[in-house]
Design a protein around this ligand. Sequence first.
Ligand code: CAA
Length: 282
Amino acid sequence: MQKIAVIGAGTMGNGIAHVFAQHGYAVNLIDVSAAALEKALQTIGKNLDRQVSKGSITEAVKTDTLKNITTHTDLDLGVKTVDLVVEAATENVNLKLKIFQDLDLHAPANAILATNTSSISITKIAAATKRPSQVIGMHFMNPVPVMKLVEIINGYATDQKVTDAIVELSRKLEKVPCVVNDYPGFIANRILMPMINEAIISLFEGVAGVEEIDTVMKLGMAHPMGPLQLADFIGLDVCLSILQVLHEGFGNPKYAPCPLLVNMVTAGYLGVKSGEGFYKYT
Ligand code: CAA
């Protein structure tokens, strides 16, 4: 694989484009918004500067990485000659189904179509295409340039050769691939989100305050961030929507989102991106 298209220039999309480009792949970064593409290039530049100042990459690697990225607002053109598409658009089922229908029409017949979805069924996304055996989950973690894991999710019809290719590719990106099957929340969010929800329930029930809950988990369990800070970092709306997928998918009340989380999202307190969640960001 040489040429990659990344759909969506948000936090995950720009991180994924950054990592592929840094490892020598030609990346077409695609977004409907030219302003979002411009902002993504600035973010990638800043994150590369951070890596240069830490000495983990050279100035020459930074220059080559930026050279490897071409931006497109036109999906058809951007995916026309690629070997792999990694979709990282907004987490919305109907949007993703429409994107995959378009990708199926415009990407080369042998191209692999991957999605970075954190919770939507890979099998469902694959069923929107005429090549379900070439559709797979490639779930990166935020911040993508730092986090080592790629959770690879096999849909019901994913071909083993496709899985093997994505495993090998992840290793070339210096990531550690983990292959899992397509059930709600896969593994990462099936385990992470109930922990975050339990932290919010503990706060809601007055068992402890925000700082105490996060400190217990940071210092007691060596987590880099406490669960409430991590929820702010991920986005409370994203946490809520993943919990709803778990709740509906398994039909088990243990996954019911805490009413405090629902209220905070309804009120627009989404965490870092809105300026306030469990903490204030100014
Ligand atoms: N690009 C490049 N480098 C970055 C970066 C970025 N966007 N963000 C941080 N870094 C680098 C820093 O330069 C620093 O590098 P060195 O180790 O070489 O010094 C390193 O990462 C650590 O960063 P900081 O010193 O600024 O801050 P920190 O030590 O507090 O670490 C963190 C920040 C890596 C985000 C850490 O707090 C952490 O690991 N948090 C948990 C992250 C996590 O759990 N992510 C998964 C979220 S769930 C998800 O993504 C999936 C989903 O479906 C919801």
